[in-house]
Design a protein around this ligand. Structure first.
Ligand code: FAD
Ligand code: EPU
Length: 316
């Protein structure tokens, strides 16, 4: 008798790399909010040395997995996950950089879960990032795409960003980057390892009030497995200030449309949800259908691993 049940994939046990990173084949579905994605070699890195080793071969960076649609076959590249010291936070104001109401914190790791950070800042009465309440990201992923809501975004509260690249580690400030709506200007596969936050002293009560206000906008969002909004809100000559992609998809009559075991949410049309057992192909089919039916060019917000043109709808 072996411990493995019949038919279950036999995976090699976790191993330590040359520099001590834990390396393990894992189904990526367990790291994503959609709950879809096949296997890859996951590198759990906690030091710059381990990260540099992981970056010696083709790699991808995985944060909270809250914006990803990963193929059922998985991906061939190494998948890097920040852990250990890269998932720790030091919120102590740095006396050398903090003055008056302005606070600059110690280092916050890219692997720190954003929701817990936002709660901790509220309790400390530190303001600037409460508009990002409810975003189920890691700090690094949220910075990389400047996640936000109409009440605020990550770049409202950043002082320094530490970025690891294959050419070395550097520190930049927001002024060094060409950032904007859902875009940090940081190149793909440059890893946000740590940040220092730039905050404003307020009170726990005032920060909580603003968080609750921002959270009201989430009431209409589905509570099922999903990678959030599928498309960025388009800005076009017709809608220079942007228009809700959800409204456009809704107006196209697509709410509730199913593609295999995935569905365009009846609650908010810009969310695709996993009804249970959805595949990446199910989601691709719905994305393709939306593109086809909505007569406005919309940029995908989801990231497809591997990157690919959306396949023709087979089942939607
Ligand atoms: P992942 O999904 O793991 O990765 C996304 C991208 O970031 C990939 O390219 C990845 O390589 C890169 N990345 C991840 N970590 C790092 C790192 N450390 N360094 C460099 N690159 C990295 N988004 C919003 O903007 N506003 C919202 O209101 C919002 N609401 C959401 C609600 C729900 C229920 C869900 C499921 C998602 C929502 N999202 C929202 C989408 C998602 O949370 C954001 O896109 C977020 O920025 C993704 O971060 P992540 O850490 O999960 O990154
Ligand atoms: N609407 C519809 N039908 C729908 C969805 C929306 O008519 O199916 C209408 C609403 O009634 C409202 C308007 O469109 O009048 C705007 O809707 P909502 O308040 O939900 O905002 P949104 O623009 O659709 C954006 C972000 C969300 C963020 C919310 C709250 C994008 C792509 N989406 O949604 O971010 O949480 O505002 O601030 O920018 C994400 O990026 O993943 C995400 C969830």
């Amino acid at each position: 008798m072996t411990g493995a049940s019949a038919g279950a994939p036999v995976r090699p046990p976790a191993a330590l790399s040359r520099t001590g990173a834990r390396v393990e084949r894992q189904p990526l579905a367990r790291f994503t909010t959609l709950g879809v994605g096949g296997e890859a070699e996951v590198w759990f890195v906690g030091t710059h040395e381990q990260l540099a080793e992981a970056m010696e071969q083709p790699y991808r960076v995985l944060g909270g997995g809250s914006n990803l649609v990963i193929a059922d076959e998985g991906v061939p590249e190494r998948v890097i996950r920040l852990s250990g010291p890269f998932a720790e936070r030091d919120l102590e104001p740095d006396p050398a950089l903090s003055a008056g109401d302005g606070v600059v914190t110690g280092w916050v790791g890219g692997g720190v879960p954003l929701p817990g950070l936002i709660r901790a800042l509220q309790k400390l009465g530190l303001s600037n990032l409460e508009g990002t309440v409810g975003i189920p990201a890691q700090v690094g992923g949220a910075v990389w795409m400047n996640a936000g809501t109409r009440y605020g975004e990550m770049f409202d509260g950043l002082h320094t960003i530490e970025i690891a690249t294959p050419a070395g580690v550097r520190q930049v400030t927001p002024d060094d980057l060409n950032w904007g709506y859902r875009n940090s200007g940081i190149p793909r596969n440059h890893v946000v390892t740590r940040v220092r936050l730039k905050l404003r002293r307020s009170t726990p009560e005032a920060v909580l009030e603003r968080m609750e206000h921002a959270d009201v906008a989430r009431k209409g969002q589905p509570k099922m497995k999903t990678p959030g909004c599928a498309f960025k809100n388009p800005r076009t000559p017709e809608f220079p200030d942007g228009v809700s992609a959800g409204r456009l998809i809704d107006q196209a009559g697509l709410k509730g449309t199913r593609g295999g075991h995935a569905m365009i949410s009846p609650d908010h049309a810009n969310f695709i949800v996993n009804l249970g057992g959805a595949t990446a192909a199910d989601v691709h089919a719905l994305l393709h259908l939306i593109r086809e039916r909505v007569g406005v060019a919309m940029e995908l917000e989801y990231e497809l691993w591997p990157e690919q043109a959306l396949s023709a709808p087979e089942r939607a």
